[in-house]
Design a protein around this ligand. Structure first.
Ligand code: GCU
Ligand code: CA
Length: 134
């Protein structure tokens, strides 16, 4: 498995900022997207084997923040139901399609509230490494 944290390899950008103002996160903090439709977080990963991979996103938001995760033209819906509070973290899961080699993974907010705060993205499986965000 591969765990991608903000401010580390494989985490490329957030249309917003990296914060640490709510407790309970892992790593340096969490990504806080702007509160607008299509606010995004981008990651890049390398896979040795093409296929479908299960992913886990750790997030927090006191209201639902439905979003879309896309990779190589395939899209997964993420409900991101309320975690009840900004310092209570939940996990949402999806399946993404990766090609062999470099993959861009993009989370886009579906509503004007933006995405939830995102603590980490974990991809389950073997042969995965952080991309260079090129
Ligand atoms: C608050 C909170 C942020 C969050 C934002 C939001 O400002 O402190 O962490 O991202 O609300 O509504 O998205
Ligand atoms: Ca936000």
């Amino acid at each position: 498995e591969l765990l991608l944290e903000e401010m580390q390899a494989g985490f490329c950008s957030v249309s917003g900022l990296i914060e640490n103002t709510h407790t309970g996160f892992t790593g340096e903090g969490f990504a806080n997207t702007d509160n607008q439709v299509d606010a995004q977080i981008k990651w890049q990963v390398n896979a040795t084997t093409a296929g479908d991979y299960n992913i886990e996103l750790v997030y927090a938001a006191p209201t639902a923040r439905p979003s879309t995760l896309s990779s190589n033209g395939s899209e997964s819906a993420l409900a991101f139901v309320s975690s009840t509070a900004w310092d209570i973290w939940s996990v949402d899961t999806a399946v993404i399609t990766l090609v062999a080699g470099e993959n861009d993974i993009v989370l886009s907010a579906n509503t004007a509230e933006g995405a939830p705060n995102i603590d980490s993205l974990k991809i389950l499986g073997q042969g995965l490494s952080a991309g260079a965000c090129s």
